[in-house]
Design a protein around this ligand. Structure first.
Ligand SMILES: *Cc1c(COP(=O)(O)O)cnc(C)c1O
Length: 459
């Protein structure tokens, strides 16, 4: 088979900045050993997130010039709604400034105190918005999805037996909706199968509970189904997405992911009464229903972006590029969440640094070392983010869409392998400042003072 190449050529370039290790040591110290506090200009390859960091196409930039900035009845809204409906098929399309705004409006209208919302795995903003209205967010991902090294083609699947048992136990009246996150971001970017979506939908319809998709990475999920699920080999990613959304009643979406845009989101529903309530709330905090907190030009970029995300040559390159990174480091023994997900590779920092105790933040220590060694920024998902109850300490390397080339990824592989060789020298960290909530964004840290036994043995 020939090399899978980037299915685009580059028309506009953005320089990135080289620094020396000595400089990076200074920068990291000035940032209190927290990569969130670094100026982005001091980063060479930024894998902090794939959200809003993608490169737009010439078609998107051209559409931006067609933006109609009318307050009401903008023709950009018509194009946006038509494009979204073409794929998602839902009756009502409500634009929002991001995915979390769609979540807040949906849960404010549908949930009340004491309600329960099941999902394969709730993303952190989804969980927070459910808890904010006094409801409970429950994760029901299949058992395989809870173990980093276990292989399964659809590790994002929802456990249908657990869903039926939950409905039986608490009663359908306490479950205003069920959600399915495609792909399962918090579970390693793992896909959900069509068979699973169909089964979840059947349970929901039998119990008259609406099913909503958290659709942020719907295109990547569709491509995994094409690659891995019997009967879908010859279907286009768009046909697969259309079939999947047909099993639901609506969705929330962050256009910063598979919308291929730098900002935006939307909320869809087939329920006209609910849509009216949602639009009333939208007007209160986001904006008029034909722009929802976005500029007309943003709606144009999303209208083109959701279609481009489904192009097969793009998805082939996208999934191959992420897998390339994962497979090349895993082949040398680096422990990662298996199999590689759609948008990111997750390194298991507890297995990478067994000599660093979880309360000394192994994933922060590893992420910092990747920065010192090669100017790469990644993000900790572990004890600093979730506190001592964190079950795993992961370093997430998220790949922005259409931004980095094969040689950038080769460079990232080289840096990770260099750090892997010298892993025994990496020390843990301790906090010198923490905020009362969401502490990972602003925490200040310093290297641990007491030598840990395993580290001491090396000296
Ligand atoms: C990013 C994301 C969201 C929230 O979207 P924002 O645009 O960041 O507000 C919700 N769910 C999932 C799965 C996400 O990845």
């Amino acid at each position: 088979m020939r090399t899978i190449i980037e299915p685009f050529r580059i028309k506009s370039v953005e320089p990135i900045h080289w620094t020396t290790r000595a400089q990076r040591e200074q920068f990291l110290q000035a940032a209190f050993n927290n990569l969130f506090l670094l100026p982005a200009d001091d980063v060479l390859i930024d894998l902090l997130t794939d959200s809003g960091t993608g490169a737009m196409s010439t078609h998107q930039w051209a559409a931006i010039m067609e933006g109609d900035e009318s307050y009401a009845g903008s023709r950009s809204f018509d194009r946006f709604r038509d494009s979204v409906q073409d794929i998602f098929g839902y009756k009502n399309v409500i634009p929002t400034h991001q995915g979390r705004a769609a979540e807040r409006i949906l849960f404010s209208c549908m949930c009340k105190k004491g309600d329960i919302v099941p999902n394969n795995t709730h993303f952190d903003t989804t969980r927070a918005n459910i808890e904010f209205v006094g409801a409970e967010a429950v994760d029901l991902v299949i058992e395989e999805g809870r173990h980093p090294s276990t292989h399964h083609p659809f590790k994002g699947n929802l456990d249908v037996d657990a869903l039926e048992a939950l409905i039986e136990k608490v009663g359908r009246d306490r479950i205003p909706l069920v959600m399915l996150t495609i792909t399962n971001n918090s579970g390693g970017g793992q896909p959900v199968s069509m068979e699973n979506a169909k089964a979840v939908s059947a349970i929901c319809r039998r119990n008259k509970i609406p099913l909503y998709f958290d659709a942020c990475r719907f295109a990547e999920n569709s491509y995994f189904i094409k690659l891995r699920e019997k009967g879908y080999e010859n279907r286009s990613p768009k046909e697969i997405a259309q079939e999947m959304f047909g099993y639901g009643d609506g969705c929330t979406m962050s256009a910063k992911k598979d919308g291929m845009a730098n900002i935006g989101g939307f909320l869809c529903t087939n329920d006209d009464v609910l849509a009216q309530q949602e639009k009333n709330l939208l007007i209160l905090t986001e904006g008029y229903p034909t722009y929802g907190g976005l500029a007309g030009r943003d709606l144009e970029a999303i209208a083109v972006g959701v279609q481009e995300a489904l192009h097969e040559d793009y998805l082939k390159y996208r999934i191959a590029s992420t897998a390339y990174l994962g497979n090349h480091i895993s082949a040398q023994g680096v422990p990662i969440v298996q199999p590689p997900g759609g948008h990111a590779i997750y390194i298991d920092a507890r297995a990478f640094l067994p000599h660093v105790a979880p309360d000394h933040f192994p994933a922060v220590a590893l992420a910092n070392e990747l920065y010192l060694e090669g100017g790469i920024r990644s993000v900790e998902i572990g004890t600093l983010m979730f506190g001592p109850q964190a079950k795993m300490d992961l370093v997430r390397l998220a790949i922005p869409r259409r931004v980095y080339t094969q040689s950038h990824i080769d460079y990232v592989v080289e840096v990770i392998l260099e750090v892997w060789k010298n892993r025994e020298k990496i020390k843990g960290l301790q906090l010198t400042y923490e905020a009362p909530f969401l502490r990972h964004f602003t925490a200040k840290l310093e290297p641990v003072k007491v030598a840990e036994p395993a580290v001491a043995a090396i000296h």
